[in-house]
Design a protein around this ligand. Structure first.
Ligand SMILES: Nc1ncnc2c1ncn2[C@@H]1O[C@H](COP(=O)(O)OP(=O)(O)O)[C@@H](O)[C@H]1O
Ligand SMILES: [Mg+2]
Length: 239
């Protein structure tokens, strides 16, 4: 479905991706793991066709979605037409709005289409959001804010969900819950690309993974395979 070929990307004159290649099939969970600064967020921003200065300029290679290059597309087209949605690092929810307002606002791309069913589904997945529907979002816990960020992404009716470090700052139990929910969404048909510094957790749920190191893919394999490899264990899984 998605094929990234020898992608190079830069911030100004500084190249951050030096030729990254990977692919994602429909229905998969694929993870990109790697240390801080490896280029994980840069890769997601390039996929979403986000623009400078916060996002990189693609300087080489290609991103192919269902057989066609998407390098010429703008970010909103990627969301509207390709049905790809990013849950960015740091969540970026509207703190001064309630949970419900954040969710309904996210359905703007769909205009007249009813979003009631999707709201119900999101509240089924995350009952805590239902309990807190009228609460201001900046009063939620970190875990609840991450649930809201994912819920908001789902309101766009995306087919491909990209997540940037969803486990960041969460207590272990909340992290496991979040990944269990991602697995459930995947079993319902959602394709997932998840970027993580918590490599162990990500590889446990992913079908396949790629290891990024300073702008390059240095290893790839099934989640299980990567979890077993001694060099991955020592470098990324805490020995
Ligand atoms: N907005 C930016 N401007 C300039 N350089 C950036 C910017 N964002 C990231 N970088 C640089 O690009 C490289 C990759 O960063 P990033 O993709 O954020 O890594 P990761 O998400 O894996 O931690 C790093 O060297 C980082 O300093
Ligand atoms: Mg990052």
């Amino acid at each position: 479905m998605l094929r990234v070929n020898n992608l190079k990307a830069a911030y100004g004159k500084v190249e951050a991706l030096h030729g990254v290649s990977f692919h994602v099939e429909r229905g998969e969970i694929v993870t990109l793991i790697g240390a801080n600064g490896a280029g994980k967020s840069t890769t997601l921003k390039a996929l979403m066709r986000l623009t400078p200065p916060e996002s990189p300029t693609v300087t080489g290679g290609d991103i192919i979605f269902e057989g066609r290059s998407i390098l010429g597309l703008e970010g909103h087209t990627v969301v509207d037409k390709l049905k790809m949605t990013l849950v960015p690092e740091g969540r970026h929810i509207f703190g001064n709005l309630t949970v419900m307002e954040n969710l309904t606002l996210a359905a703007w791309t769909r205009r007249h289409e009813s979003s009631k069913k999707d709201l119900e589904h999101i509240f089924d997945l995350f009952p805590r959001l239902a309990e807190r529907a009228r609460q201001r979002s900046d009063t939620l816990s970190g875990g609840e804010q991450q649930m809201l960020a994912v819920g908001r992404a789902l309101m766009t009716k995306c087919a491909v969900l990209l997540l940037d470090e969803p486990s960041m700052g969460l207590a272990p139990l909340i992290m496991y819950d979040m990944f269990r929910t991602l697995k459930q969404l995947n079993s319902e048909g959602l394709t997932i690309i998840v970027v993580e510094q918590n490599a162990k957790l990500a590889l446990q749920v992913a079908d396949r993974g790629y290891v990024l190191n300073t702008g390059e893919v240095v290893a790839e394999g099934t989640g299980e395979d990567l979890l077993q490899r001694p060099e991955i264990k020592s470098a990324y899984l805490g020995g």
